[in-house]
Design a protein around this ligand. Sequence first.
Ligand code: NAD
Length: 368
Amino acid sequence: METKVKVGVIGCGNISGAYFRGCKAYELLDVVACADLLMERAEAKAEEFGIEKACSVEELLGDPEIQIVVNLTVPKVHAEVNLRAIEAGKHVHCEKPFAIERAEGRKVLEAAREKGVLVGGAPDTFLGGGIQTCRKLLDDGWIGEPIAAVAFMAGHGPESWHPAPDFFYQKGGGPMFDMGPYYLTALINLLGPVKRVTGSTRISFPERVITNEARYGERIPVEIPTHISGVVDFDGGPVATLMMSFDVWSHSLPRIEVYGSEGSLSVPDPNCFDGPVRVRRAGDDSWSEVPLTHSPEVSRGIGVADMAYALIYGRPHRASGALAYHVLDVMQSFEEASTTGRHLEIRSGCSRPAPLPMGLLPGTLDTA
Ligand SMILES: NC(=O)c1ccc[n+]([C@@H]2O[C@H](COP(=O)([O-])OP(=O)(O)OC[C@H]3O[C@@H](n4cnc5c(N)ncnc54)[C@H](O)[C@@H]3O)[C@@H](O)[C@H]2O)c1
């Protein structure tokens, strides 16, 4: 392939390795630079993944060759870094959440529109074989008309494994802003945009004790709800029940299930790209695992590649800013609904991203 889209990564922390590896799978992408506030982190990743240049954020943004910036910084600076990149004329793919506040998310969308650049963001797991297979089953009518869904993510927080877990307990963190994007993006991809939400939220533990080796025993104050129960009404009619929690030691809940007029669909982990996908149609006496219609052999970076294809071939990108902002709008609304004791109408909208075609060759995406 002649044309390559040059990519620069800002933020060389925990998740960056997955992107450096994932982007390599696409011939269209060429990751040429990486930057971090801490230069030694950028240098270490450049060395590990053979990236041409480790540099400052300024230098990366000033490089005229770089077309897409992948923003892997911590949530509270996502919007600020996105705005700087847009100002520099770059297209931006940002880790989740798209922003912490709606106003800053809107500012990013507006700036991108004015500058004529694309914005979008994580998660891109809905482009994996698992969720794409679910989408195909739904679109092809295997469970009839979708009626309802459940989405559950429960655990006891990342302080046992993440080397710098502080941001998970600050504004922009918590189970909703950390894990909610996977579940809500998957649901919106499957069921369409959201009309209104309500919910109840709580902080069950005002402090968290770090148990990872590096910072064992340090305490983190908790600033945001760590248990959220919500109800989500979709424009198209289905109603979802959702729980996102960092306050649960163990459970036996499914991740996502969709219930239709003619059967039920068991959706795999929306934080991963693979299966299993299971269906149980009315009258069946057990669940059946469905062979995946799309490849599960993809990883983080497929959303960046999809943006690069959008740029080169002039088609919409799927992990779009509109989708990421709609998810932010919905996430924000649970706590507001809890505080005000009502349903909140969701003002933003987005269209369902186009399904991926079947039969794509490894390392390629659709061109039209
Ligand atoms: N860790 C995971 O498993 C995981 C998985 C999926 C998504 N994410 C998301 O990815 C993002 C990053 O998470 P992480 O776990 O890699 O965090 P991290 O703290 O390990 O890494 C973030 C990096 O960004 C750098 N940084 C912060 N502000 C910056 C700025 N203004 N300019 C340049 N660099 C800056 C930090 O120095 C750090 O190296 C978060 O939004 C998170 O939600 C993380």
